[in-house]
Design a protein around this ligand. Structure first.
Ligand SMILES: N[C@@H](CCC(=O)N[C@@H](CS)C(=O)NCC(=O)O)C(=O)O
Length: 219
């Protein structure tokens, strides 16, 4: 049975997993969960994931959630030793460091910026400033490395690309971050054909449009 992925098309963390699966050539059976309609709270989904979030992976009866755990698991199981998540302890630790930075700091600042819009509030300016500060730190780091964790594309680039491009799509101007811009172009080139448009740019813009429309009604 193929690996199953419960996801939502506009969900940024779900897109991280879908991009990674495509990058390692893994055939995944995608199952859309309509979070806006509350499908993630239905008993059948709660039986799989009591934390009721997407993405959720089911691999031969084993359920795993948290996007960054899923992507490292998938490389280890289905593309073991791949440069996206190498086995070298220190290279791996550096990648993990970036994944945790994305989850706990970078994406967290972006969620603080736009999350309240879903509750009828405006974009949170202060959180937006924090996101920019984090993006500047990323830019500074990318002065000396080709990719976020060194010389090779890794799962951390996949994760952080989704965060950075979503920030841009919802209107945070990062055009002065030249190293970030150069790195994003490199990632675009490295991803499998059509991935950039269909799994990075289009859904980021679509979520951006939803948020901007909701925010305009809140003010
Ligand atoms: N840290 C989680 C975040 C997952 C998450 O918040 N997913 C949202 C959709 S983008 C969701 O499922 N929300 C519904 C809920 O958590 O109840 C990850 O990276 O996978």
């Amino acid at each position: 049975m193929p690996v199953q992925l419960y996801h939502a098309s506009l969900s940024p963390p779900a897109r991280v997993v879908r991009i990674l699966a495509k990058q390692i050539g893994l055939n995944v059976e995608e199952k859309e969960v309509n979070v806006m309609a509350g499908e993630h709270m239905k008993p059948e989904f709660l039986a799989i994931n009591p934390f009721h979030c997407v993405p959720t992976l089911v691999d031969d009866g084993y359920a795993l959630w948290e996007s960054r755990s899923i992507i490292t698991y998938l490389v280890d199981k289905y593309a073991h030793g791949h440069s996206l998540y190498p086995t070298d302890l220190q290279k791996r630790a550096t990648i993990n460091r970036w994944l945790h930075w994305d989850s706990g700091t970078f994406y967290a600042s972006l969620i603080s910026y736009f999350g309240p819009v879903f509750a009828g509030k405006p974009f949170q300016t202060e959180a937006g400033e924090l996101f920019k500060k984090n993006a500047s730190a990323l830019d500074e780091s990318l002065k000396s490395t080709k990719y976020v964790a060194g010389d090779e594309l890794s799962v951390a680039d996949v994760s952080i690309t989704v965060t950075m491009t979503l920030g841009k799509a919802i209107g945070i101007d990062a055009s002065e971050l030249k190293n970030v811009e150069r790195w994003l172009k490199q990632v675009e080139t490295d991803l499998k054909p059509s991935t950039w448009q269909t799994l990075v740019i289009d859904p980021a813009n679509a979520l951006g449009d939803v948020l901007k429309s909701m925010a305009s009604k809140s003010s």
